[in-house]
Each structure stands twice: as structure tokens, then as C-alpha cells.
Design a protein around this ligand. Structure first.
Ligand code: NAI
Length: 398
């Protein structure tokens, strides 16, 4: 029988519990089903579909709106007893099994979304096995590297400040430590690399390829998740390399809007709230912001996990009557996070945090750690241990 061990390096999870991942997918499906159904899209392509925001989007739209889905992700399957692959691999499988049980199409493409070949394979599938058109394209990709499909050059993103170094507290979940970190400003090459990887270029390439192939329905919508944050994280996020990449997505949304005008399509930037994900756990200082924010928002009853936030976005805002937009036309479900009292209390709490108290009741380290663990299938509510072998895992098909 396999033993699943939670193995954390810094704030990166290396271990996985495949059965816990499955249970978490089922928990998220239950969350959506308990909210009932809503009128939404029927044919959805999700790029970056295997975890956190992308996976939550897929679950909300499949089990809330009855959508057929195509999910593109980059994950690894099991090799041997010491290398069981990645959580997203098992999330994809659990999702497909549950969706197919309900009679929904749930196709997984596990490959590099940045390549031209991936785009063409997805297009062929839409044409031949998905009814010919999609009515929603969700771009939820987060990556550290991207190979430009035309030049073959590989770019690396860097989460860094601009101009001046930033000094502040950070958390290491491996050692349960609170320490002061200095983040050096990005070099020109790091800025350019982050723009290439996390900017909107690939989103635009997807939309151009899909349009060119005539697989976008009239009135198609494409969403892309952004983050703006506040003065509490501006020096290392909004005012850093990632902020530039997100501003590039704003620009690309305008280009995509022009591209889609003749089919009444729309590109929508969705400024989402801060949540615990594989991608956000490695943003320097961000975990400290999160444990303070989560404490304040939990007390106010406004703290959300990805499935709660995403389901609200599509059910109540995008396909509902409660959408809030800013002057730039971006959808703003992050208004609960940005609430002035929430921010004032978060700021005051961050100032009180130190090595001795960060993991006590004063803040929400317990919530951060549990949400982080759940991403790899640990500490999942309702999880029941079962006997499973490496052969059982290898036999699973995505
Ligand atoms: P995540 O790390 O949980 O998911 C990233 C997804 O991208 C996974 O499905 C992964 O397999 C896929 N992926 C990565 N490289 C790929 C490749 N080469 N080809 C195909 N798939 C690939 O990330 P998370 O946090 O859900 O981020 C999604 C988006 O949401 C990002 O744009 C992020 O900036 C944004 N966002 C995140 C917030 C947060 O607090 N986590 C807040 C607001 C926005």
C-alpha cells in the first residue's frame, strides 16, 4: 500500500495524495451543486484548468451551468512509488470522471499551452468532437517559464520589485518560520522575461488561432484572471514585474476586443481576490499579507477559497445580475478584499506580526497552511484513507 507524505520545500509542495485530490474535487463539486444551477455557457475551453482558479472555473461551469469543458494543463503522471506526479494530474482525472458521470464532455489536454501544436490540437478537437464552437474561453495560466513558439527561445518570469529593493516579512511553510526577506529589483532581462511569460501575448495567440479556425461562437466571451491588490502589496506585486505583466494583459484585452468585434465577442479582465494557490505561495511577502487578510475576512464572513470566489464570479456576476466593473471595464469581484475597513485592519494586523505570534490565533496561518495542504490532497475534509498501489495510479487515464 502506498503511503502519501506531505513534502514541502520552502513554499513549494512536492508530495501529493491522489485520493485527497479526488476528494477535494468532489468537495468543490458539492459546493457548486448545493448552490443550484445557473444559466451559463455550454461549451467552455479553460487554459490552465488543473488547479485553483482554472479548476474551480471548470467545476463551477460544468456542475453549475452544465457546460461541456476542454481543459488544458501541464501536469505530470506517476512514475514510481517515490514520484507520484503532480496534484493537477489527479485533479484532471477526478474532474473528468465526475463530469462524465453526469453526461458532460470533459476533455483533458495535458501539454504545453504555449506551443502552436497545442492550440491546433485543441482546435481540431473543437471542430470534430466538441460541436464546432466554444462560447467561453478562460485563460487561467500561471507559469514560471514559456518557450516562444516562433523563436524557440525560453523565457523565465521573476517575481521582483522595480527600481528599489523591498524589505519585509515572509513565511516559510516548510520550517514554519517568519523571517525578514530582501527582494532585489528586477533586471531588464527579468522584466522582459516576466512580460513574455505572464503577460497577455499567449492569451492573444490563443484567441487569434481560435478565431482564425472559426471555432468561436457569435458573442464569445474570454476571461483572464488578474490581480491588482492594494498599497499593502504594491511594492512587490502591482508595482513589480507581475504588475507589469498584468498591465500587459489589460492591453491585450483591448487588442482581443478588436479581434472579436465582428463576432460580437468580448475579452474580460477579471480582477480576482487573493487566494492560496501553488502560484501565489511563492510570491515573496504575500503569505504574510494572506494570513492577516484571511483573519480579517474570516471574521467578517468574506473570506473565500477559489471555488467560492469563482462560483460567485460566474453565477452572480458574469452570468448574473451583480457584476461590478471599474472605470477600465475590468470586473471587480475583489471588492471584498479591497474594502477599506478590511484593508485598514489587515494593515494593522501585519504590523503586529512577528516570529513568535504569526502562527497563533492572532492571524490565520492555520487557514493558509490548510489551504496550501489541500492543494496537494492533504488535510482535505471528508478524506478517507484507502489502499492503493502504484499500479492503480498508473492505470488511471486522464
Ligand atoms: P495555479 O498554479 O494554481 O494554476 C496554473 C495552471 O496553469 C495549472 O492548471 C497549470 O497546469 C497550468 N499551466 C502552467 N504552465 C502551463 C503550460 N505551459 N501549459 C499548460 N498549462 C500550464 O495558478 P493560479 O493561482 O490559479 O493562477 C491562475 C491565474 O489567476 C493567474 O493568471 C494568476 O495571476 C491569477 N490570479 C491569482 C491570484 C492568487 O491569489 N492566486 C489572485 C488573482 C489572480
Amino acid at each position: 500500500m502506498l503511503e502519501f507524505k506531505q513534502n514541502i520545500r520552502g513554499n513549494v509542495a512536492l508530495g501529493v495524495n491522489p485520493l485527497g485530490c479526488k476528494q477535494e474535487v468532489l468537495n468543490e463539486i458539492d459546493y457548486v451543486k448545493n448552490k443550484g444551477t445557473f444559466a451559463g455557457p455550454k461549451k467552455v475551453l479553460i487554459i490552465g484548468a488543473s488547479s485553483s482558479y482554472g479548476l474551480a472555473t471548470r467545476i463551477s461551469l460544468a456542475f453549475g451551468a452544465g457546460a461541456d469543458t476542454i481543459g488544458v494543463s501541464f501536469e505530470k503522471g506517476p512514475k514510481n512509488e517515490r514520484n507520484l506526479g503532480t496534484a493537477g494530474w489527479y485533479n484532471n482525472i477526478a474532474f473528468r470522471e465526475a463530469a462524465e458521470k453526469e453526461g458532460l464532455i470533459a476533455k483533458n489536454f495535458v501539454q504545453d499551452a504555449f506551443s502552436h501544436e497545442s492550440k491546433q490540437e485543441v482546435i481540431e478537437f473543437i471542430k470534430n468532437e466538441f460541436g464546432g464552437k466554444v462560447d467561453l474561453v478562460v485563460y487561467s495560466l500561471a507559469s514560471g517559464r514559456r518557450t516562444d513558439p516562433d523563436t524557440g527561445e525560453t523565457y523565465t518570469s521573476a517575481i521582483k520589485a522595480l527600481g528599489e529593493p523591498v524589505v519585509g516579512p515572509n513565511i516559510n511553510m516548510q520550517n514554519q518560520d517568519f523571517y525578514i526577506e530582501t527582494l532585489e529589483p528586477a533586471t531588464d532581462q527579468e522584466i522582459a522575461g516576466t512580460l513574455k511569460v505572464m503577460g497577455g501575448e499567449d492569451w492573444q495567440l490563443w484567441m487569434e488561432a481560435l478565431k482564425e479556425a472559426d471555432v468561436l461562437a457569435d458573442g464569445v466571451l474570454t476571461t483572464n484572471y488578474s490581480y491588482l491588490g492594494t498599497e499593502l502589496n504594491h511594492p512587490y506585486y502591482g508595482g513589480g514585474t507581475l504588475g507589469l505583466a498584468k498591465a500587459d494583459c489589460d492591453e491585450k484585452a483591448k487588442t482581443i476586443n478588436t479581434l472579436l468585434a465582428d463576432i460580437n465577442g468580448k475579452a474580460q479582465i477579471v480582477v480576482a481576490t487573493a487566494v492560496t494557490t501553488k502560484a501565489s505561495s511563492v510570491i515573496p511577502f504575500f503569505p504574510v499579507y494572506c494570513i492577516a487578510l484571511y483573519k480579517v475576512m474570516t471574521e467578517k464572513g468574506t473570506h473565500e477559497t477559489p471555488i467560492m470566489h469563482i462560483d460567485r464570479i460566474y453565477r452572480d456576476m458574469v452570468y448574473g445580475a451583480n457584476a461590478e466593473y471599474d472605470e477600465a471595464g475590468r470586473l471587480r469581484p475583489d471588492s471584498w478584499e479591497l474594502d477599506s475597513d478590511t484593508q485598514a485592519k489587515t494593515k494593522a494586523l501585519i504590523q503586529q506580526l512577528n516570529k513568535e505570534n504569526f502562527n497563533t490565533d492572532i492571524a490565520a496561518y492555520d487557514i493558509l497552511y490548510k489551504e496550501f495542504s489541500i492543494l496537494s490532497g492533504f488535510m482535505v475534509d471528508g478524506y478517507v484513507e484507502q489502499e492503493v498501489t502504484i499500479e492503480d495510479l498508473k492505470a488511471l487515464e486522464y
